[in-house]
Design a protein around this ligand. Structure first.
Ligand SMILES: [Zn+2]
Length: 428
């Protein structure tokens, strides 16, 4: 069952509280009378401690996110006119199309019928993003239970099915379907997003699995080749030392790994001077990787610190999930939030209990609508991630909004919510 509680939060809901350690404001996560609070999300979760309430000054020496010109082209907005308002207006158009496509799927035909939305009458007037809070949420449980009812294309138009295991012994696994066009958009996003940290000709070592067609490593490999880089898919390794040895063999300027893999690699290098020396000796022209991208899991700040200490490389973080077609957002060189893939997805932050939209800067649950998906549309999908939208502009000069660090997972209990950190190796 999906709840759609779009009423504004009561004044007692999610009262912003001041953190004595940093003076940043966050939501305590209680409803009604304040009671015992759980873990403090701003400190209990992952991610650098970013002040979400004030934009930082633009830095002249930080390159602007390459996603901006890409978004301008994809959204047909003149580059100089890029702004949260122009992107939002264009996303409203895309939402109309997404709802129309969603109505092809039996699940959404039933779910949206109560709102008067049907194939013959997809919407009485063009929708805007202001209408989004009136649409019902889609939950992970919906995704498990609906199965094929979320599919809106014929089986032979599905190019890839990803099955995500469910926790516990009950329930069906989540199955995501992607068409060739869906996959192409992800490859396109990877090609552009990776130019944030890669230069043409760079050797890029990929630790993610990529042997299967359309697996995440395979899509990244294709995106990198398209952008003029030289990707190298590495076979699975049993230890951090093995990761380090393989990375050294490639001579890579950049590598892509999960935080768990990168942490093991960094620990091995820091613990073994011989290993560190061999990496440098084997790569006389580029003794250490220049940069790395951490992806597929939440990145604890201490992991990023450890990788920097061991390898001396710049660490970029990526946010995404299978439900968004893998890619979702990537840090720019300012390292102050994820620049979002706004041509393909719209991100909302909602109150975890009431479902009411929260203003920029307030931490809540990340909700995603896939605006361009062909095989399977997700309207207002509750990700369970806890994060805030950071107010623009970014220090790189982008005027667009960004998603702040993922603090952990939303946990609801009774009239309370809090944020729990994730076990090592668990993706957000
Ligand atoms: Zn930026």
């Amino acid at each position: 069952m999906t709840r759609n509680i779009a009423s504004p939060a009561s004044p007692e809901d999610g009262v912003p509280v001041s953190c004595p350690a940093c003076a940043a404001s966050t939501e305590r996560g209680e409803r009604g009378e304040r009671g015992e609070r759980g873990e403090h999300g701003e400190h209990g979760g992952y991610g650098a401690h970013v002040d979400a309430s004030h934009p930082a000054p633009i830095a002249q020496d930080v390159a602007r996110s390459p996603l901006d010109p890409w978004l301008a082209a994809r959204l047909s907005i003149p580059f100089d006119a890029l702004s949260p308002a122009t992107v939002r207006a264009r996303q409203g158009d895309l939402l109309c199309e997404a709802v129309r496509r969603a109505l092809d799927a039996p699940f959404y035909r039933a779910r949206l019928a109560g709102l008067g939305l049907s194939h013959s009458r997809p919407h009485s007037r063009p929708l805007s993003l202001d209408d989004l809070p009136g649409l019902p949420f889609t939950t992970p449980e919906d995704l498990r239970e609906a199965g094929d009812a979320l599919l809106r294309v014929a089986d032979d138009a599905v190019a890839r099915i990803v099955t995500l295991p469910t926790s516990g012994s009950t329930g069906s696994p989540k199955r995501l379907r992607f068409s060739d066009a869906d996959i192409e958009r992800t490859v396109d996003f990877f090609a552009v997003g990776m130019t944030t940290l890669c230069r043409p000709g760079d050797v890029v070592a990929i630790f993610m699995p990529g042997q299967r067609p359309d697996s995440v490593g395979n899509l990244l490999d294709r995106g990198l080749r398209r952008a003029g880089m030289q990707p190298v898919l590495l076979p699975p390794a049993a230890s951090g030392a093995e990761h380090a040895a393989r990375l050294a063999e490639t001579g890579a300027q950049v590598f892509v790994a999960t935080p768990t893999q990168a942490r093991a690699l960094a620990d091995a290098v820091l613990a073994d001077a011989t290993l560190a020396d061999s990496m440098m000796r084997d790569q006389p022209l580029a003794p250490r990787p220049r940069a790395c991208l951490l992806s597929a899991e939440a990145t604890p700040p201490e992991t990023a610190d450890r990788v920097r200490a061991a390898l001396g490389c710049e660490v970029f973080d990526h946010w995404g999930m299978t439900e968004t077609g893998y890619g979702g957002g990537v840090e720019c060189a300012a390292h102050h939030g994820f620049h979002l893939r706004e041509a393909d997805i719209h991100v909302e932050i909602v109150h975890p209990l009431t479902g009411a939209p929260l203003p920029d800067g307030q931490t809540g649950e990340v909700v995603v609508t896939t605006l361009a998906s062909e095989a399977m549309v997700l309207l207002r999908y509750r990700t369970g991630d806890a994060a805030a939208i950071l107010p623009p502009p970014c220090r790189c000069g982008s005027p667009l909004r960004r998603l702040g660090p993922v603090r952990g997972r939303i946990r609801r209990y009774g009239n309370h919510w809090d944020i729990i950190t994730l076990a090592k190796g668990v993706r957000p």
